[in-house]
Design a protein around this ligand. Structure first.
Ligand code: BTN
Length: 260
């Protein structure tokens, strides 16, 4: 069981729910949000049986190995005002990893934290609507304690962990406290420091200025990532001469995750 404490005076300290095992903290957080759970409600599980990632993928979540956390954030604004939220959370997650390990990961657009060419963590942001509020469920999964041989052979070439990159045992509790503090700070800056958050995202994003492949449904196209726009979309110069903002689908970076 993951258990840890934020300072008692922390505004989110009395809204932390820890579980041994759930299907997905994001799925449970959605249910709790619809039942009225307040801003700053935090769910952490030691293990997930159906951890979910972007594009309907699964996120392997073995017990005692990783941080699996979701935070409920409520905003009185239109959903379109939250387009940069996943980017802001990516910056927050990088801040947390750097604070604990001294290593700053890169971000593969839009939601993967990477070290070198391997995935360290993923972020899944989902929205639900309650009354006239939009409620964001921010799910973060970070591989903490896995050694190379702990990863499923199918993802071993593509995945890494804090233990692997630091050579030290990084506890999920310490990481949980750091991520919560970073998300709390990000929440306070989401609108007032949008420009700064996006500049930091551009600095962290390893997709920018790289050769990429964009797969949307049956179609795939090659190009060069030239910018991240205000709403977090990726501006791509395609090899056919067109330029387009991409906000969905799989964007692979040449040299990573099997794209050569
Ligand atoms: C991705 O890799 O595309 C995103 C992965 C997000 C995983 C986290 S773990 C906590 C939360 N619960 C989930 O089911 N998913 C997120």
């Amino acid at each position: 069981m993951v258990s840890f404490e934020l300072p008692h005076c922390h505004p989110w300290a009395d809204k932390i729910h820890c579980f041994d095992c759930v299907d997905s903290t994001n799925t449970l957080a959605k249910q709790m949000a619809l039942q009225g759970a307040p801003h700053g409600t935090v769910l952490i599980a030691d293990r997930q049986t159906a951890g979910r990632g972007r594009l309907g993928r699964s996120f392997l979540s073995p017990g005692g190995m990783g941080l699996y956390m979701s935070v409920i954030l409520r905003y009185d604004c239109a959903a379109t005002e939250l387009m940069h939220l996943t980017c802001a959370c990516g910056v927050g997650a990088c801040n947390a990893v750097e604070a604990v390990t001294g290593i700053r990961p890169g971000i593969k657009w839009i939601n993967d934290l990477v070290v070198g060419t391997k995935k360290l963590a993923g972020i899944l942001t989902e929205l639900v609507f309650t009354g006239n509020q939009v409620c964001a469920i921010v799910g973060i999964g970070i591989n903490c304690r896995q050694r190379l041989e702990d990863f499923d052979p199918a993802i071993r070439d593509m995945a890494t962990s804090l233990a692997t990159v630091t050579g030290e045992d990084v506890s999920t509790e310490v990481m949980a406290a750091a991520v919560l503090q970073a998300l709390y700070q990000m929440d306070g800056q989401l609108f007032s420091k949008k420009k700064e958050l996006l500049s930091q995202y551009r600095a962290d994003c390893i997709t920018l200025d790289n050769e990429i492949r964009v797969v949307q449904g049956e179609n795939s196209a090659y190009g060069h990532a030239i910018d991240i726009l205000e709403d977090g979309t990726l501006l791509v110069a395609f090899t056919d001469g067109t330029q387009r903002a991409v906000n969905s689908g799989e964007v692979s970076v040449r040299g990573m995750y099997g794209y050569v």
